[in-house]
Structure formats: C-alpha cells, structure tokens
Ligand binder design. Structure first.
Ligand code: AMP
Length: 459
C-alpha cells in the first residue's frame, strides 16, 4: 500500500513525502480511506503506531474545501493532555504546510485572551483539552454547532483522567450529523458505552498492540528488598551510572515522587528535570524542548505528562515504580527503542510491587528477566549493554570531585552498604552526567564478571 492509494491530495502527499515516510502504517492504511468516505472510525491503536497522521492527513484534505466562520470551528480534536494537544498541533502544521487552514490550540496554562482572538477570526481546526474547551464554551467564546468532524484521541486515557463526563457533554454540543473519529488503545466497558452511544456504525480499525517493541527494547526488572525512597533513589542512581545512558525518561507513579526524585538527582548533579501536570505549562514546554534538543538528559515524568510524547532516540526508560496500570508499562517502554533503534527499559520492583509486576507480565505475555537478589527469587545478571557510538554529553556530566566523593561515601555507608569496591572506583572520578567513564565501567559483554557487585549483594 502506498500513500498515493489512500486518496490524499497532492499538497498533502508532498508534505508526507517531505516527512520522509515511505509507506502508510497499518492504522493509516486502515483509517484514511473510510475517513474520506465520510464514515465514523473507531481506531484501536496506541501511540507510536502513526495514528495521529491517520486522522490529521484526511482532515486536512477534507477541511481544505470550505471556510471557517467566526467562533464556529469546523473540526475539533480532543486530547487528554496539553503536551499531546501541542504535539497534534505540530503535526497539523507540518502536514498542512501547503494548505491555508487556520488552527487554534486551546490548552490550560495559557492565557485566554490570545486563544479567544483566534476563535473570533474563525478556525478550521480546534485542538483542545476538554477542560479548557468547556471553559471557552461557558464564556461564550465558542459555538460547537459548526463542528463537522470530531476526533477523540486517547479515549482510555481520558477515562483514567476522569474526562468522560466532559467528553459526553462535548459530544452532545456537536451536531448529530458530524463525522466522529475515535481512538483508544484499549476498550474498557465505559469506552465501549461511549462508542455505542455516540458513533454511527463506525469502521473498526484495530492494529496490534505494540508489544513488538520488545524486539528493539531490552527489558529487565531489578528486584529491591526495600521500598523506601532513599533506597530506591540510590538504586536508581547506580543503575543510571552503570548503563550507557544517552538520555532517559524515568517514570514515577506519583507526581510527588517525580519531584522528589528529580530533586535528588539534581542535587547529585545529574542533568535532570521533572515533568508532570502540576507544573506550569511554560515550564513543561521548556523542559520538553530541552529534552528534545539534547540539552537535558534525564526527564523524570509522570505517565500523564509523558503520554504519547514523540521523543525520538531515547536510549533508556527507567521505571522508578512498576506502573499501577499494566498498559502504562507498554506506553512507557515504547518511549525507547523507537524506529528500529535499540533501547533498554529497566524497572525497579520492590516486594510491594509483586502484584503489579505480575499484571504487567500477564499483559505482555512473558516473564521479564530479573536481576538483583530478592529472597527466594531468581537471580540473574544484568546483561551488559551493547556499546553505543554516542557518548553522553561531557560538560553537563561533571560533578565536583570532592563533593561527589564525600557524598558518595556518606550515602554508601548509610543506605547502600552493598556497594562493592568496584562501584566506589566507578564513582570516584565521574566525567559524565549520566554515565561513568568507559574505562571504569563493568566489562561490556557476557555475564559473570560483567555483573556489578551491586546486583549481587543484599541491600
Ligand atoms: P503517533 O502514533 O501518531 O504518535 O506517531 C508516532 C511516530 O511515527 C511519529 O514520530 C510520526 O512522525 C511517525 N510516523 C507517522 N506516520 C509514519 C509513517 N507512515 N512512516 C513512518 N513514520 C511515521
């Protein structure tokens, strides 16, 4: 199947070609023709499958015929988070660069005034989070009865975030004759109910869950004996030092832990920053931008903030916590090993996480290799990482030697008595922010001698 076979116009095809895509992904091949045929579409697909283009591309062509009226958007795309909304807006700008469509992005954390001015001029495409959209409706800034196309993206995430009542309200404000494109990675009963209520005989396009990320992502679980923050912080720090981390996203289940862990790593002079929903939008945007352009190496994130973010070339994902919802494990590790690149996903698991870990393993249909030692559990080594050509950025890595050594020995005595002499040597002369110097790192291949003592000893 080629993009030319999907019914896209020449301007859109040109933009697609310039994006470097050679062929449509399965969700694009399955969804684009029915969108052009005017059908409702139920897309069961996760982020990373190319689903954004599966609705933006045909929308651009369809909306290019006709003009917008003031305060009456012709199409509406609902996204659960500001970051995702901003990302979809970027996609629109990119794929729609040869069209003259007007777009407004309605997200929280940004002043109403500018958004209102755009609405007053008339927009073809409105991309919004549900809360901010309803705020504008209540202020009388917006009429929904011109919406011909409605996209609900990441519906299961909307459910997790408590947005379903808002979504129902929004559905009811839009005309019955609208075309609805509805995307969800999973189909819990509540989502199925929404689909049955608001979609008209939808074409169902389902693409395989990307458990195939396993092919490019090496996954391990590090068993810890204790679940206190200090122990987990230290364990994570050592793991980061042990790996050849170019850049990593570190996931925590709670926003509070995102902040605490970020503070710990920053204090230990890692190039780290937090991102979660309680931070001001301007800070989130800037942090993300720094991470994208390589200025920032470690992004400490909550699931919601990181959901669906398209950040190419992340070498590692660390799960500071085993996710509460097993599907989040797939979303998280999908941030690495993208586009055929190798990635590593390492998860810390304490005895309290046993159930959650079982749920993850049941979902992905396999046991994850365990490293470290935990009572009766299996002990395996953490296979060494293949050498990566890119070194971690040198300058940002440096930590003052004296402070570091002092702090290291203090914390080792207090919270990590298992630290082996080899590990001390490794931390003595740090040259890199996110990885120790190559000559002091554990051997790069095989087992046995490659196992850092940290993984072999009792905490
Ligand atoms: P999404 O699932 O929409 O978040 O897309 C994930 C990534 O796939 C983004 O980086 C897109 O730029 C990229 N992408 C979308 N369509 C294609 C395609 N047909 N071929 C290759 N990459 C694509």
């Amino acid at each position: 199947m080629k993009f030319e076979d999907l019914g896209l116009g020449p301007k859109t095809l040109k933009a697609v070609e310039e994006s470097g895509y050679s062929e449509p992904t399965p969700i694009q091949a399955g969804a684009i023709p029915p969108v052009f045929a005017g059908r409702d579409v139920l897309g069961i697909a996760q982020t990373g499958t190319g689903k954004t283009a599966s609705f933006t591309l045909p929308m651009i062509d369809i909306l290019s015929r006709g003009r917008a009226k003031a305060r009456m958007p012709r199409s509406l795309i609902l996204e659960p988070t500001r970051e995702l909304a901003a990302q979809v807006a970027e996609n629109f700008e990119n794929y729609g660069k040869y069209h003259k469509l007007s777009m407004a992005l309605l997200i929280g954390g940004v002043a109403f005034g500018e958004q209102n001015r755009k609405l007053s001029k008339g927009v073809d495409v409105l991309i919004a989070t549900p809360g901010r959209l309803l705020d504008h409706v209540e202020r009388g800034n917006l009429l929904m009865n011109g919406v011909q196309m409605l996209v609900v993206d990441e519906a299961d995430r909307m459910l997790d975030m408590g947005f379903i009542p808002d979504i129902e309200r929004i559905f009811k404000m839009t005309p019955f004759t609208r075309q609805t494109l509805f995307f969800s990675a999973t189909m819990p009963a509540e989502i199925q109910r929404i689909v049955d209520t608001f979609l008209h005989n939808p074409v169902r396009v389902e693409v395989a869950r990307p458990t195939s990320t396993a092919e490019t992502v090496e996954q391990f679980v590090l068993k810890l004996e204790r679940s206190d923050a200090r122990h987990k912080h230290e364990a994570l720090r050592r793991l980061i030092d042990q790996e050849q981390v170019r850049n990593a996203i570190i996931f925590c289940n709670r926003k509070r832990d995102v902040d605490r862990l970020a503070a710990f790593l920053i204090k230990a002079r890692y190039n780290a920053a937090p991102i979660h929903g309680d931070l001001p939008q301007s800070v989130r945007t800037r942090t993300l931008e720094r991470f994208r352009n390589g200025e920032l190496s470690l992004l400490i994130a909550s699931d919601v903030a990181a959901r669906g973010l398209d950040i190419p070339k992340v070498s590692h994902v660390f799960n500071y916590d085993v996710p509460i919802h097993p599907e989040d494990y797939i979303h998280r590790i999908g941030r690495t090993g993208r586009a055929g690149q190798k990635g590593r996903a390492l998860t810390l698991a304490t005895p309290l996480d046993d159930k959650a870990l079982q749920a993850v393993q049941a979902l992905i249909g396999r046991q994850l290799p365990l490293v470290g030692r935990s009572g009766q559990t299996q002990t395996e080594s953490l296979p060494a990482q293949e050498k990566t050509p890119e070194a971690a950025p040198e300058k940002a890595a440096s930590r003052p030697r004296r402070t570091r050594r002092k702090r290291r020995s203090k914390s080792a005595a207090k919270s990590a008595p298992e630290a082996a002499p080899a590990q001390h040597a490794q931390h003595k002369k740090p040259e890199h922010k996110v990885r120790p110097p190559a000559e002091t790192r554990a051997p790069q291949a095989g087992f046995g001698s490659a196992i850092p003592d940290f993984f072999k000893r009792e905490p």
